[in-house]
Structure formats: C-alpha cells, structure tokens
Ligand binder design. Structure first.
Ligand code: GLN
Length: 247
C-alpha cells in the first residue's frame, strides 16, 4: 500500500515536470531569422548557427526542434509567457532581460560594431560622440544596439528598424549615417552590399545565450547540460566553422 502511494505520488510529481516544457515532444525556439550567420532563411528553411545548435540540443533532449520566426522585440515575451520554450537569436544577456527570463550559459561572444558608407565622415566611435555631432544611427529595434545607442545618443538620434537588413537599407539610401549592430551579421550585410564598411572601433562586447522562462528551471538545467556537451565535444565549434570562415 505504502509502495503504491509512493508510486502514485511520484507519478503526480513527474507529470507537471514533463509537461512544464516541450509539450508534444517538441522544443519550440523563438527567433528572428534576419540575422546571418546565426539565423536566416535559405529558401524557406531557417538555417544558421543558432538553428543548428538548437537542433543538436533538441536531439540530445530527445525532442524535435520547431523554429518560430518573429520580431526580435517579441522574443523575450514569447519565452516568458511560455509561447515558445527557448529564445535563441544571437541574444545578449542583459540585466534587464534577466528580470523576465533566465539565460543558459553563454555560447558565443558578440560585438556591437558600426557600419558606415565607404566615404563616410564617421571614422571611429569617437566621431559619434564629438561635440556638435548630430548623426542619425540606425539600429534593430529592441536589440542591445538600440538600447545602448538610445541611452548614449538620445531618442532623436536613433532610428529603429524591424530587422538588420532594413537598417542597412536605410544606410544605403542615406536615411541614417551609420548602423550599429552585431559583428557577424554586420560582416554578412557588408559582404552583400557594395559601398559599406565596418569601423575598427567596436561599440560594445557582449555574451550570447539562450533565453528560457524563469519558472522553467528544469529546462534551463537540461539545456545547459546539452550545450556544455556540445561545446566540449567540438560540435558547436564545427557548426560555427561551417558558418563563419576563419579569414
Ligand atoms: N545581440 C543583440 C541583442 O541581443 C542583437 C540580437 C539580434 O538582433 N538578433 O539585442
């Protein structure tokens, strides 16, 4: 009798633990697939470092990965409200985001860099801060580039776009004087468009990690275990090498 009670109790305890994440054997990832080489469309498929790393994590957890594309600004809420299980989007760990979600261990470093036209008068970060300077800065809405620039240069100086490519288009058409965005997407955008360059001086250095709902501590642990295995056995390095050439 006691044994049966114990089993019944164990089952009751297990059920919420199993349904707390990854319903239907799926791991649902929220991302913004306009951020090469981390997440972008190849035809109608979302590929990239985050997409492949998430697939490898899902496989370790015995789950099937499903990727949901959304505005970057919607990801944290989607994670916090349980609409998606994880947010993986070259997402920087910040104190403000830590109020709403947990972050896994970091799996990459990001650097906020400045993209300008090749003939731009802006030669370094200092030029943006110069006395009397009134440059317009294009950013991707709700990213750290947006948050830091709005803090440093004020609302009026910062033009917010839904995606990095939209901000780059604004630079090409002269609506903004520079774009501040993460270094790897910046390299991809500069390679895809003539007449742009990245300045030597960086704006900020950050850590990328996977966002998970605050109450989903079980998933946080599982993701960290899987992620660390992938970092230790070289899988993550191989994925990165596939998307980022060493040159
Ligand atoms: N790393 C930046 C951030 O977390 C930008 C991420 C992105 O645009 N996908 O805000």
């Amino acid at each position: 009798m006691k044994k049966m009670l114990a089993i019944a109790l164990a089952l009751c305890l297990m059920i919420p633990a199993l349904t707390a994440f990854a319903a239907d054997g799926k791991l649902v990832m929220g991302t913004n697939a306009a951020f090469p080489p981390y997440e972008y469309y190849d035809g109608d498929k979302i590929v990239g470092i985050d997409a492949e790393a998430a697939a490898a994590i899902a496989e370790k957890l015995g789950l099937e990965l499903e990727i949901v594309d959304m505005d970057f600004s919607a990801i944290i809420n989607a994670v916090a409200s349980g609409k998606v299980d994880i947010g993986m989007a070259g997402m920087t760990v910040t104190d403000e985001r830590l109020q709403s979600v947990n972050f896994s261990d970091s799996y990459a470093t990001g650097v906020q860099v400045i993209i300008v036209k090749e003939d731009s008068p802006i030669a370094s970060l200092d030029d943006l801060y110069a006395e009397g300077a009134s440059y317009k800065i294009g950013v991707q809405e709700a990213t750290t580039g947006d948050i830091y620039c709005t803090d440093d240069f004020g609302e009026d100086a910062v033009l917010k776009y839904k995606t990095g490519p939209d901000a780059v288009l604004a630079l090409l058409s002269g609506k903004v004087d520079c774009v501040i965005i993460d270094n790897e997407p910046a390299k991809a955008f500069v390679a895809d468009n003539e007449g742009l360059k990245i300045l030597e001086t960086a704006y900020a250095v950050e850590e990328y990690a996977i966002a998970i709902a605050l109450d989903n501590v079980d998933l946080l642990e599982k993701i960290n275990d899987a992620l660390n295995e992938l970092m230790e056995d070289g899988t993550l390095d191989a994925i990165v090498a596939k998307y980022i050439s060493a040159k």
